[in-house]
Design a protein around this ligand. Structure first.
Ligand code: SAM
Length: 389
């Protein structure tokens, strides 16, 4: 359902009811008697026929759109049982871990399953996602959800990975990508050696909100022989193109004088009011609107004031001169955690290859290391990697 698209909505299908950009609600369609009640009206499931369609409410007062689910939209609409990974981060992680059709991925914890949906689609039907969660209720809910959403490549496991590792009975996990969204990833890292594919390059990402967690994870990665350790913060900002009014120096000075004068008048008025209230014990009725009206009538028409209160001017008004500027948001919306990446190189002295780069024997990739040399220097080559990275 999340990796393919269809037009027709059938009984039991998942539809995302798009009301506004921030209000998207999942609906499991029950054609017989389902009713989706919202503040925009009531929408009987029997009228939900086509994905992508606009659907009017029973009272014809409002409407919603019936959207086909995707991992990105599921992330925006899923029931939160934990903090989740958002698309800004997950898209970056997927490409850094080189998750693609056929990949075998380990993920822990499953949490609300937001990231699971993203990697399930990327790994595709030929791939596998081993997802571990130690909270029983969350595990059960996620398992049901994965079944309902037909994420057939996801294998959920109820497990404390920090204490009990990632091994699964009778299964050779052999993962090439690992994602750890855990409070103490450094306790899970030593267990990875048994479940990653040692014949190729494996990659890990630890998702941690605190720097102290990053430091401990770096240490654990180095001790376990991971290399290329790098921390990244995804800090996406929205940029917008705006028109800003051109101001002359004289206007700026007039403006500063105006601000100063208004501040002084305001302060004097406030002090006078406090004095009256203290002397009479009667609180004067306050209203911002009345103050605004009063200051207008007292000082007369304030006239042209392009920067603050007073005359409202529409951006781009042809009576004024404008210049084009680009502005970015003050706040970073996407950062939720630090992303710590590392790679585990294949064992030396074997026919090894990086599935994602090329298929070449190790001796060809490093011609200076003869087979005997490589064997003889295994310890010497691995040891510095632990301290260097
Ligand atoms: N990545 C998930 C998502 O996008 O929805 C959110 C993961 S949530 C922040 C962390 C999860 O890790 C929680 O559900 C918690 O129960 C689980 N967890 C914590 N320690 C664990 C452990 N030792 N073994 C397995 N799961 C664990």
């Amino acid at each position: 359902m999340f990796s393919a698209y269809k037009d027709t909505i059938e009984d039991g299908d998942l539809v995302l009811g798009w009301m506004t950009r921030t209000a998207i609600k999942p609906i499991v369609v029950e054609k017989k008697e389902g009713l989706f009640n919202t503040r925009y009206g009531a929408f009987p499931h029997r009228n939900m026929d086509k994905y992508g369609a606009q659907l009017g409410s029973m009272s014809k007062q409002g409407f919603i759109h019936l959207i086909h689910p995707t991992p990105e939209l599921w992330t925006l609409s899923l029931p939160h049982r934990t903090q989740i990974v958002y698309t800004t981060d997950s898209s970056y992680i997927v490409q850094r871990l080189k998750i693609r059709p056929g990949s075998t991925v380990i993920e822990s914890g499953t949490g609300s399953g937001s990231f699971t949906h993203a990697i399930s689609r990327s790994a595709g039907l030929a791939g596998k996602v081993y997802s571990y969660e130690f909270h029983e209720e969350r595990y059960n809910l996620a398992k049901q959800e994965f079944e309902r959403h037909q994420l057939t490549n996801v294998i959920p496991t109820h497990r404390d990975v920090c204490n009990d590792g990632f091994d699964i009975e009778n299964i050779d996990v052999n993962a090439t990508a690992v994602f750890l969204d855990l409070p103490a990833p450094w306790t899970a890292i030593p267990h990875l050696e048994r479940v990653i594919d040692r014949s190729v390059v494996s990659r890990v990402c630890c998702f941690s909100p605190c720097f102290e967690q990053v430091v401990k994870a770096v240490q654990a990665l180095q001790e376990a022989g991971w290399v290329d350790i790098e921390m990244v913060e995804v800090a996406a900002k929205r940029w917008e193109s705006r028109l800003e009014m051109k101001r002359s120096l004289d206007e700026a000075i007039t403006r500063l004088r105006d601000v100063k004068a208004r501040r002084e008048t305001g302060l004097a008025k406030r002090n006078a009011r406090i004095k009256v209230e203290t002397e009479t014990g009667v609180e004067e009725e306050e209203s911002d609107e009345r103050d605004a009206k009063r200051s207008k009538t007292e000082s007369g028409h304030r006239g042209y004031n392009p920067w603050g209160k007073g005359q409202k001017i529409k951006e781009g008004d042809e009576s004024f001169e404008w210049t084009e500027v680009s502005k970015c948001e003050q706040e970073i919306k996407s950062h939720t955690s630090y992303l710590l990446f590392a790679s585990r190189l294949p064992k030396l002295g074997e026919e090894v290859f990086d599935k994602d780069m090329c298929v070449r024997p190790y001796s060809e990739r490093c011609p200076e290391a003869s087979t005997e040399g490589a064997e003889a220097s295994t310890e010497a080559t691995e040891a510095p990697a632990r301290t260097e990275a």
